[in-house]
Design a protein around this ligand. Structure first.
Ligand code: LAN
Length: 742
């Protein structure tokens, strides 16, 4: 848990105010304030990760910086050079020697999980309007991060760290920099403002930006397209009912609709009044905000609002709200949405699903229950779990960590590479297994049907058990990791048969009629709901879809489980596998590729799909579709023998090249080897590239961004540069007898 004292959440709002002007002078002359990076520590308590800034020298002495802390902070590690690898397995050994030093005390691995630029602003806005003091070191480091991520050419910010400047990124980052104490006269802020005005000012931001601006009181509520909580009063059979939406959309819509209905705006102060005059190309008082509900800059308009949505919005604004919505409907809708907010808080112990909804839940609790309520205090304690500190400053992670996901992948990769039999790595792997044992979800949510939650007993969540949302592929990857490891001699059986069966039972509830598997739940609504996608900046977000990645994870988990437990729900498992494999076959594109939704992009999905089909016996020599998939991958191999795919692939649906990346090269050859691609040369050369890029201390350096969501937002998976090379090199060594690398 977060220690109030250490994070300075001590209720002295004065701290915050003092800070707002504190650095103005320095910043305006371009000297960035910075904390002492040697004083930051990551605390990991059963997967609950929080960063702490140690103020006193005594604290520093009592709690030395670990290698993992130093690594995350970009400090020198002074690790010795390892013997240069002669074979792929030497390279794996070196990597393990490095990666083992990053294991955290509970047994998991951690990392920065940044990329999106819209997460930090929500957090700061929520703190600001709920008068939650922002500890000075946090404010300083957030400012530093945001400035470090400013696009140097035009002074703006994008939707994600590699993206071009947008009205969303630029408006929100500008505003929170001001809230965090940056001066409007700072030359970087002047440049940012220039860019914002070039983009048409804050009226051109998307819906989610306008929402926060209205809450802050730097935009009027008339400019915000409606978010009616009464949608939650629709009967469950109704095709548009929000329980059918993709979980991230409905968990954001939920508190957003509550706040919208309350039309909550924080009382203006002088800073807010100043910001009002900075965000627009005209004086604030001269703007007709109601005319800007649909204004949006073309760069932000990835998914333009549909005509149907525009009509619905019109009806809501001009007919429903002024004439038809009675007080009693309003009250009932607000009561029910707040009840659902409380259930989400209860089910996650206030950690919440993700960092967009979580700050909004805080604001909703603040409105309904007051600043000193338990719910507000608990939210304030939990939000810092989303923060991450690195050499560039402090950011907000995409989830409250990658604990279970990355730990599961690492275990599998190490087993694949034959490392589990090496006594040297056994303590590390047992610790990792203990982590997964501890993190398995043991119970369903209370009244899961009332709060529309999916069965989850026996599942694993992407981050931690407390967050508690099953994900089809995380449950599968964790299940595989546990099965692989605890069956080996020398490893304890921690997760009982019954608990493994619980995981299978839950997985089997998650299949779609199409045979495929989606992410958190089976698909509950029609694709036509995309017509109601109001967020503009994301694509394919309204409902769950089938994913080759998730479907593959489930197929391979079910098959591995069946090989150990051939009698448990045998018929159900075969049927589920057949259905999922059939879906994967159907999802192949005419050019032989698969589109990836969670990693970039065709290389990622190709790896999974080929693994799935291989697990049911399809390979290059006996399956034309596999041959085609291999040819597709081979056609993308670059002259230096690597694969490198740009995030543009995700946005455009067409393979876009970039310089070779270790992670994508690993994905591609894992797929090719799973498919038993007959030619060895392209794979040999790729292996050479991977090994050649390894540093003498065993690590691989960070390259381009690896992950994606909602087609348009990129997200970092820094541990992939360890786990996927290990897996690829391990597979290679197994297949070709660990030859010397020429
Ligand atoms: C994630 C992270 C993990 C990811 C995988 C397990 C890798 C994937 O295979 C299934 C989907 C899942 C669980 C996933 C879904 C969307 C998330 C939670 C994220 C990409 C991390 C951040 C993102 C979340 C939606 C961020 C908040 C943004 C909104 C638009 C609400």
């Amino acid at each position: 848990m977060v220690k109030n004292k250490q994070l300075g959440l001590n209720g002295h709002a004065g701290d915050n105010r003092r800070h707002q002007n504190g650095s103005a002078e320095e910043a305006s002359i371009g000297v960035e304030e910075k904390t002492d990076i040697y004083r930051w520590r990551l605390l990991d308590e059963r997967g609950c990760q929080t960063w702490h800034y140690l103020e006193s020298d005594e604290e520093v002495k009592a709690w030395p910086q670990s290698i993992a802390d130093k690594y995350f902070l970009g400090l020198p590690l002074d690790l010795p050079n390892l013997p240069p690898p002669k074979t792929p397995i030497d390279s794996v050994q070196n990597c393990l020697s490095f990666f083992s030093k990053l294991q955290l005390p509970p047994g998991n691995w951690a990392c920065e999980y940044g990329g999106p630029m819209f997460l930090l602003p929500g957090m700061v806005c929520a703190w600001y309007v709920t008068q939650t003091p922002i500890p000075q070191p946090v404010a300083i480091e957030m400012r530093r991060y945001l400035f470090a991520r400013q696009n140097s050419t035009d002074g703006g910010w994008g939707l994600h760290i590699e993206g071009e400047s947008t009205a969303y990124g630029t408006t929100m980052t500008y505003v929170v920099l001001r809230l965090l104490g940056a001066s409007e006269e700072d030359k970087r802020m002047i440049k940012a403002r220039g860019m914002l005005h070039k983009l048409g000012g804050a009226v051109n931001g998307p819906h989610w930006a306008k929402f926060w601006l209205a809450v802050l009181g730097v935009m009027e509520w008339e400019a915000i397209n409606p978010v009616p909580p009464e949608l939650w009063l629709l009967p469950d059979w109704f095709p548009l009912a929000p329980w059918r939406w993709w979980i991230h959309m409905r968990q954001v819509f939920l508190p957003m609709s509550f706040i919208y209905s309350a039309k909550f705006t924080t009382p203006p102060n002088s800073l807010i009044r100043q910001i009002r005059e900075e965000l627009y190309t005209r004086p604030y008082s001269s703007i007709t905000f109601a005319a800007h509900r649909n204004s949006i800059h073309p760069r932000d308009n990835y998914h333009p609002k549909s005509f149907i949505l525009a009509i619905i919005n019109w009806i809501l604004v001009y007919i429903w709200f002024p004439f038809l919505r009675t007080d009693s409907i309003k009250r009932r809708a607000e009561d029910w949405t707040f009840d659902l907010i409380q259930r989400e808080d209860e089910n996650t112990d206030f950690a919440n699903l993700a960092p967009v909804s979580s700050p909004m839940n805080l604001v909703a609790c603040y409105i309904r229950e007051g600043p000193d309520s338990y719910s507000v205090r608990r939210h304030r304690e939990r939000l810092p779990e989303y923060l991450w500190m690195k050499n560039e400053g402090m950011l907000v992670n995409g989830t409250n960590g990658v604990q279970t996901w990355d730990t599961s992948w690492f275990i599998q990769a190490a087993v694949e590479a034959g490392m589990a039999g090496d006594i040297k790595w056994r303590p590390m792997l047992i610790k990792a297994l203990e982590f997964l044992d501890d993190q398995q979800i043991r119970e369903n949510c209370r009244e899961q049907d009332v709060c529309y939650r999916q069965q989850r007993k026996g599942a694993w969540a992407f981050s931690t058990k407390t967050q508690g949302y099953t994900v089809s592929d995380t449950t599968s990857e964790a299940l595989k990791a546990v099965l692989m490891l605890q069956r080996l001699p020398g490893y304890p059986t921690l997760v009982s048969d019954e608990r493994l069966q619980d995981a299978i039972d839950t997985l089997l509830t998650m299949q779609n009629a199409s045979g495929g598997f989606a992410s958190y739940e089976p698909t509950r609504g029609s694709e036509y709901l995309e017509y109601l996608n109001a967020a503009e900046v994301f694509g394919r977000i309204m409902v769950e879809y089938d994913y080759p990645e998730c479907s593959t994870a489930v197929v391979t988990a079910l098959r591995l489980f069946s090989s150990h437990y051939p009698y448990y729900r045998n018929a159900d498992i075969s049927k589920a596998v057949d259905g999922a494999v059939q879906y994967i076959r159907n999802a192949q594109r005419p050019d032989g590729s698969w589109y990836g939704s969670w990693g970039i992009c065709f290389t990622y999905a190709g790896m999974f799909a080929l693994e799935s089909l291989a697990s049911v016996g399809e390979s290059y020599s006996n399956s034309p579709r596999i041959a085609k998939a291999c040819e597709f991958l081979i056609s993308k191999q670059r002259a230096d023998a690597g694969w490198g795919e740009s995030y543009k692939s995700c946005e455009t649906g067409v393979y876009v090249q970039r310089e070779s990346q270790v992670v994508m090269t690993s994905w591609a050859i894992i797929g090719l080897m799973a498919a038993e691609y007959p030619e060895r040369e392209p794979i040999n050369r790729a292996v050479k590239l991977i090994v050649g890029r390894q540093s003498p201390n065993g690590e691989w350096k960070q390259e381009g961004i690896e992950g994606v969501f909602n087609k348009s937002v990129m997200i970092s998976y820094p541990n992939y540069k360890f786990t996927f090379p290990i897996k690829a090199l391990g597979m290679f060594a197994k297949k070709y007898g660990n030859p010397t690398i020429p």
